[in-house]
Design a protein around this ligand. Structure first.
Ligand code: PBG
Length: 324
């Protein structure tokens, strides 16, 4: 057989494959999400996220040291607020002595170079489990934005490097940037969850923080998964309003969106490999149906290939070990 072009030549050995690999995954790409709770010496395994824990601050700091030693340079903080502190204003979110604020300071004391990102949304603090303030059964936009601004300022004051609004209210990125400018937080960044879809894959996360919505769903603020152009609009607007990084979330069912957003914006793009995606790999691996380590690396590499510059993933530590 005469063939002018033999493509398999470039796949013959590990050496040539590594020489022509288009996508290289490294721990520098990872953002490790952390779940934090009150208490001392607590490591509570989340039942729908086997192998993933909610930590008290002391254990969380140990985890952060571990992550840093493995080459992971960024963490994304989520806290579980005690029920007694939940209300419809979210005011615990900007308590200077709140769990989030204490966590930020503890990390900055222990590992000053770790880049600390913080979740900004009211759901952990909301009696309704919604990301915003509720009036007459509706999640109101503008009053919520005012609350998110206070929350962001409080995280910045505690020492956060970057806030990550995950709420999907209109106009919050511009409002937060403006507040940062006015208050001299000129070095504090914003990673906008720009294209965040209303997804069934958030279930295990809501178990982790006990933050499932008490009524209805999040479809009046999170995006409809039928839509693509809307994601580009959201990302472009967030960049315009001052976002330093834009995010697409969830990850795996939205690789097309990651690529489209990457092609449309001039800021780094992140993707969130979310809790349900973690749970699916864990469950299939436990059943013996897939090889967990290979599934992790293939999945994370697919995000980079799709155009993600950063990947928030519960597999950060596992993957860093595998990439060792
Ligand atoms: C809420 C928030 C959610 C996640 C991050 N921030 C869940 C939701 O919107 O209900 C999901 C993360 C995951 O599933 O891993 N602001």
């Amino acid at each position: 057989m005469y063939l002018q072009r033999r493509n398999r030549i470039l796949r013959q050995s590990p050496s040539i494959r590594s020489l022509v690999a288009e996508t290289i995954l490294t721990p520098n790409d990872f953002i490790a999400p952390l779940f934090i709770d009150e208490g001392v010496n607590i490591a509570f395994e989340i039942s729908s996220m086997p192998g993933y824990y909610r930590y008290s601050i002391d254990n969380m700091v140990k985890e952060v040291k571990d992550l840093w030693s493995m080459g992971i340079k960024s963490v994304l903080l989520f806290v579980k607020a005690p029920d007694a502190l939940k209300d419809n204003t979210g005011k615990e979110a900007w308590n200077a002595e709140g769990l989030m604020q204490r966590s930020i300071k503890a990390i900055k004391n222990a590992v000053p170079e770790m880049y600390v990102m913080t979740d900004v949304a009211l759901d952990p603090y909301s009696v309704y489990g919604h990301d915003g303030i509720v009036e007459n059964g509706e999640i109101v936009n503008d009053a919520t934005v005012a609350a998110l601004v206070k929350m962001s300022l409080s995280h910045a004051t505690a020492g956060a490097d970057m806030v990550a609004p995950s709420d999907m209210m209109d106009g919050r990125i511009g409002a937060i940037r403006e507040a940062f400018e006015k208050n001299n937080f000129t070095k504090t960044g914003i990673m906008a969850y720009s294209a965040k879809y209303a997804s069934c894959f958030y279930g295990p996360f809501r178990d982790a923080l006990d933050s499932a919505p008490g009524f209805g769903d999040k479809k009046t603020y999170q995006m409809d998964y039928c839509n693509r152009i809307e994601a580009i609009k959201e990302a472009l607007m967030d960049v315009e309003e001052g976002a330093n990084i834009v995010m697409v979330k969830p990850g795996l069912p939205y690789l097309d969106i990651v690529r489209e957003v990457k092609n449309a914006v001039d800021v780094p793009v992140s993707v969130y490999n979310i809790s349900g995606e973690y749970a699916m790999i864990k469950a299939a691996a436990k059943m013996g149906w897939i090889n967990e380590d290979k599934a992790i690396l293939e999945t994370l590499t697919s995000f980079k290939r799709a155009g993600a510059d950063l990947i928030a993933t519960y597999f950060a530590k596992d993957a860093a070990k595998l990439l060792g």
